[in-house]
Design a protein around this ligand. Sequence first.
Ligand code: GRF
Length: 196
Amino acid sequence: MVSARVKVGVMISGRGSNMAALIEASRAPDYPAEIALVLSNKADAPGLAVAAAADVETLALSAKAYADKDAFEAALDAALKARGVEIVCLAGYMRILGRAFVEGWSGRLVNIHPSLLPLYKGLHTHERALADGAREHGCTVHLVTPELDDGPILAQARVPVLAGDDPDRLAARVLAEEHRLYPAALAELARRLRAA
Ligand code: GRF
């Protein structure tokens, strides 16, 4: 039997503030998803301790321990499937995933990106928005496809760019929106999955 709440795996490489926002949201009794596993490609990712302190299972796997990228990603896939994960959320996972993994999770693999896609794919989004003189900026939750930062958009949040902004100030304003947007977008996807 499929459990009522959708099991989610969160993949991180770093501090995990979006992961923490997802864990926090999932504590609400009516939230349609639960975080079954936090998976990192870095054993020293600070987010792992945050997840463990919240009583969420964690696992770190190093790509170096595998013969190649496909073998590593097959191990990630197996770890997620072993926990009954149905949706995978990338939350600051800093490796580009290969086609086999991405296609295997098609429609159920989600990412959060700190820009208003399709603007500013890739890295250093805040610096680039400021350099362009953008008046607004924001974040996007999208489904992952093999093309980087290119999949169907699930949700976006906008913030103004203010006089005197530097990349850190702008990033902080965007991050506050990320922490609201990601849990909301995941809830919607989880409800849709259950209704399907
Ligand atoms: C966030 O800005 C997210 O949009 C991007 O990577 C950063 C991760 O931050 N994909 P955190 O680890 O969730 O704090």
